[in-house]
Design a protein around this ligand. Structure first.
Ligand code: AMP
Length: 417
């Protein structure tokens, strides 16, 4: 049965908490962005305040074996500082019995990187490149077997399990999903996870209408499942950015050198047909700011999107398209934004993406619910200073994308089951 941080009695209990402390480190192992650590603090602090102790677990990077470069010992001092209590460190996540047992209420222990063990991900390591199918199968079976003992050991340290790692919620790993079965009546989401789930539900389950999705970014192929899921749910679908040119070409347009995927044109047409059948309003770009090279200082010119000359490529949304989109956005009650509508990394081609951020801020100010989730749109709103002007900015790139695709995330299902 799912529990909740606010109502659960942590007095005298030890909570094992999965967080996402996968922070970027420089060559001297200094943290260059501690957002993920700070986002986990409300949950950890609450448990300590309520008389519990915390055993914190996370991965860092993608080590394939024990590798000091990826040791969580690099961040333990900073975690202590943020949490306001000295955090102890267990140098092996599978040998922390004594340290966990000795923890008193209000104390914290950080376990070493879970991914030092192949069992965390449940994927075999060190297989020879020429391994046969049978060898691969046997290795997979072996790691799945030893994964049970790995997870059981982690679970043995604690009385309850809290998952606050939205960034890995789309993975069915030991610490993100499998461990929950050891705590059938003592498992819950942390505040960050609760916030993310509520944001997803606000858009996909309980949306106030009209509901509009703005999908941009580079390629149709990476967002195909997103588009297919959303076209059955939204009232308006705005398609911008690089992916828009595949739609325009599929509709017979001449797109010059613009980014496109010929093999995805049938899918693009299918999405447009589904939209038509369901009465969904699809808004594509009408004109586009083009460049002659993928460069900030390349000459710029606006062309009708169906008639881009051969030696030009579409790189940003034009004022005419943005005007259409602003009208739709301001008339919506719920808006989801995923993917920039231009090459926003180049300042001369960032205007369209900036305008969408402004439109979302204005829609939020007039009462709409706005979620920025998955991919580069999160980086765009954050860099442009709009993160606190929208309703919610997701912390999980891949996890949010899979949620928008309509997939059930294993990390969420393990708690809600
Ligand atoms: P995604 O990760 O799929 O959200 O894609 C983000 C990337 O799409 C960013 O790096 C943008 O520069 C890129 N992008 C957006 N519009 C265009 C465009 N018109 N041409 C090329 N790349 C684009």
């Amino acid at each position: 049965m799912q529990q909740f941080i606010d109502s659960y009695d942590f007095t005298g209990k030890k909570a094992i908490v999965r967080v996402d402390f996968n922070v970027p480190l420089d060559e001297n192992f200094n943290i260059t962005d501690d957002t993920r650590i700070r986002r986990a603090m409300p949950t950890l602090k609450k448990i300590l305040e309520k008389g519990g102790a915390v055993i914190i677990m996370s991965h860092l990077g993608r080590p394939k074996k024990v590798d000091p470069k990826f040791s969580l010992s690099h961040i333990v001092d900073h975690v202590s500082e943020c949490l306001g209590v000295p955090v102890q460190f267990a140098a092996d996540c599978q040998k922390a019995d004594e340290q966990a047992a000795a923890l008193k209420p209000g104390e914290a222990l950080l376990l070493e990187n879970l991914r030092f063990y192949a069992e965390e991900e449940g994927k075999p390591r060190g297989l020879a490149e020429d391994a046969s199918e049978d060898e691969k199968k046997a290795a997979k079976k072996a790691v799945k077997e030893s994964q049970k003992a790995f997870v059981k050991k982690l679970a043995s340290y604690a009385d309850c399990y809290v998952n606050d790692a939205f960034g890995t919620a789309h993975r069915a790993h030991g610490s993100t999903a499998l461990i929950a079965e050891y705590f059938p009546n003592d498992k819950m989401f942390g505040y960050l996870m609760e916030g993310e789930i509520k944001a997803i539900d606000n858009v996909l389950k309980n949306a106030q209408r009209p509901l509009t999705a703005i999908i941009g970014g580079s390629k149709v192929s990476s967002k195909l499942a997103v588009l297919k899921n959303l076209v059955g749910k939204v009232d308006n679908l705005i398609i911008g950015g690089g992916m828009g040119y595949t739609f325009i070409k599929a509709l017979g347009g001449h797109i010059g050198m613009s980014l496109h995927e010929d093999d995805l044109m049938p899918d693009a047409l299918e999405i447009l047909n589904t939209a038509k059948e369901k009465g969904v309003n699809v808004s594509l770009s009408v004109a586009t700011v083009c460049g002659q090279a993928f460069d900030n200082d390349t000459p710029r010119q606006i062309f009708d999107i169906y008639n881009i000359p051969d030696d030009w490529e579409g790189m940003d949304a034009s004022p005419a398209s943005l005007e259409n989109w602003r009208k739709i956005i301001l008339a919506s009650k719920t808006i989801l934004w995923n993917g920039p509508v231009g090459v926003f990394e180049l300042p001369n081609f960032a205007k369209g993406t900036l305008q969408i951020a402004q439109d979302l801020a204005d829609a939020t100010a007039q009462g709409a619910y706005t979620l920025v989730g998955g991919g580069d749109s999160v980086a765009a709103v954050t860099q442009m200073g709009y993160a606190d002007k929208v309703s919610y900015v997701s912390t999980g790139g891949g996890a949010m994308l899979e949620a928008i695709e309509g997939k059930v995330l294993p990390g969420i299902a393990a708690i809600q089951d």
